[in-house]
Design a protein around this ligand. Structure first.
Ligand SMILES: [Zn+2]
Ligand SMILES: [Zn+2]
Length: 173
């Protein structure tokens, strides 16, 4: 018990140290601390680990032994958990040939493959268009619809115990 407590406190201070070194943008969260081969490094529990790995830990995602972390955004200094995928070495190597150019990539940041059905073009701020993942867009819609629905259902709970149409029915002959 005592041990767990100490670990949690240590993780907390580490968390504060971690965020001091992160520069968030709309896309990537850039690591501003020490780097090696482009990857951020972070000292945790007396050990040097990948900053992106620590970010995944903070996000509650365990990295099982033997698995690797793939940067879907191809920015090694990025620690945005949304841009990170836990994959086998085989999968990581398979994805590598597509790594150079974001436009040529056959899948979105979350690894959905682009097909004629799963992509659409959206206008950019600069007047051009860019390829977007329809699966990600639809998922985002569902999340926002679910949020609205949750709020409405929460409101409905305020009417608990009242019969729907109860008063009106009593007035009927
Ligand atoms: Zn990124
Ligand atoms: Zn997607």
């Amino acid at each position: 018990m005592e041990n767990t407590k100490r670990r949690v406190t240590r993780k907390k201070t580490a968390e504060a140290r971690f965020w001091e070194k992160v520069e968030k943008t709309d896309g990537c969260w850039n690591w501003t601390g020490t780097k090696s081969r482009g990857y951020g490094g972070f000292l945790f529990d007396g050990r040097q680990i990948g900053a992106h790995r620590f970010s995944l830990l903070l996000a509650g995602r365990e990295i099982p032994r033997g698995l690797e972390v793939d940067h879907l955004c191809r920015n090694r200094g990025c620690v945005n958990p949304d841009h990170l995928d836990i994959v086998t070495r085989l999968e990581n190597n398979r994805r590598r040939p597509y790594s150079s150019n974001i436009r040529d990539r056959p899948h979105c940041l979350h690894g959905h493959w682009y097909t004629d059905n799963s992509q659409y073009r959206a206008k950019t701020k600069h007047g051009g268009t860019s390829r977007q993942c329809l699966i990600c867009a639809l998922k985002a819609r569902i999340v926002s619809i679910q949020k609205r629905l949750d709020l409405l259902m929460e409101e409905q709970r305020g009417f608990e115990g009242r019969q729907p149409g109860g008063d009106a029915a009593a007035d009927r002959p």
